[in-house]
Design a protein around this ligand. Structure first.
Ligand code: ADP
Ligand code: MG
Length: 321
């Protein structure tokens, strides 16, 4: 299969988005959008750095890369609409594997009605995929990191550390409880796009997605909003079989294990009940994990462990005794 028949094979025969004027097939794609803020992000993934054939099939690689991009849209409160894929293909990847990468993306894309409207295909030494995603948000409704204020509740969706637990299982084969659950969390994470969009009614919300661990994501909000955020160690949600993993890894993953693609954020206490109701209605787990406690020029995160309060550093491993 040459470049042209490959592009023909990934081209959507029909498109979902009403604003699309031209998808794949010209020098550039065109859509027309009125009265909405356009939100866009790009992520690049390189073989053996961001993913490896050892723990993921081609299908999972495609799925997970698009999931990471959609998660950025969720973190902005935007509805994803389009994506473009730039891919560098080395000789040791077969056409079939390449098709599977796109199948993985398509599975997720069709679930959210988003359209593949362009990209670029070239050959090179290492598999590299770069996805650009475009989404829409109602005017002035984007959920910036700088939106947090003193007194806000801090919350997170789902449970943390599961993706890293899945990777651990794949790298250390053995007998584990809920093995399929953890592996799925690693290979096919579900971005919180729908739930983020359900929070439209909340007037002010700071949001971030968990691509880099809760410690780092919380710090990003604290720094952008110039506040101190205090998290409670005992409130950080983990899955029911999580305690089967080595204790130090449990701590490491739940604070610094990224790629859970849950969302976390802050909002006024008066809106918390609405968020909990929306979560219950749509079967999403939400947990309050802390509060925005104080204004602070440099922004900081503390962790309260049985009334002992320590700094939660941004990166690296920390012993939380
Ligand atoms: P050009 O030479 O004008 O850049 P290309 O041959 O690169 O055109 O691409 C032809 C069409 O196929 C364009 O619409 C482009 O967006 C699309 N396309 C190329 N590669 C990809 C890809 N990997 N994923 C999605 N669309 C692609
Ligand atoms: Mg091109």
């Amino acid at each position: 299969m040459d470049e042209f028949s490959f592009i023909e094979s990934i081209r959507q025969k029909t498109y979902n988005q009403p604003s699309l004027i031209k998808g794949i097939g010209d020098d550039a794609a065109v859509f027309r959008q009125r009265h909405q803020d356009i939100v866009t992000a790009v992520d690049t993934f390189v073989e053996d750095i961001h993913f490896s054939k050892q723990t993921m099939q081609a299908y999972h690689i495609g799925y997970r890369i698009l999931a990471a991009n959609l998660s950025d849209m969720a973190a902005m409160g935007a509805k994803p609409a389009y994506y473009l894929v730039s891919i560098v293909v080395p000789e040791h990847w077969s056409m079939e594997e390449l098709s599977d990468i796109f199948k993985g993306m398509k599975t997720l894309a069709s679930r959210y009605d988003i359209d593949l409207i362009g990209g670029d295909t070239v050959s090179g030494d290492k598999l590299m995929i770069s996805i650009t995603v475009i989404g829409f948000a109602d005017e002035n409704k984007v959920r910036f990191r700088h939106n947090a204020k003193v007194g806000d509740i801090v919350f997170v969706t789902g449970t943390l550390g599961d993706s890293q637990a899945g990777l651990y299982i794949l790298m250390n084969p053995g007998s584990y409880k809920s093995e399929a659950y953890y592996i799925k969390k690693h290979q096919m994470p579900e971005p919180q796009v729908v739930f983020s969009n359900y929070l439209q009614k909340v007037p002010r919300l700071a949001l971030n997605d968990i691509s880099d661990g809760i410690a780092n994501e919380t710090a990003e909000i604290a720094e952008a909003s110039k506040v101190i955020i205090t998290l409670n160690e005992s409130d950080i949600p983990t899955s029911s079989d999580y305690h089967q993993f080595p204790k130090n890894l449990q701590q490491q993953w739940k604070y610094y294990g990224g790629e859970d693609f849950e969302i976390m954020g802050t909002l006024p206490e008066s809106d918390w009940r609405h968020v909990k109701e929306m979560a219950e209605l749509h079967g999403v787990k939400v947990t309050q994990i802390g509060k925005v406690t104080k204004a602070c020029e440099t922004g900081r995160v503390y962790i309260n462990n049985n009334d002992k309060i320590n700094m939660l550093p941004r990166k690296g491993y920390t012993h939380l005794k």
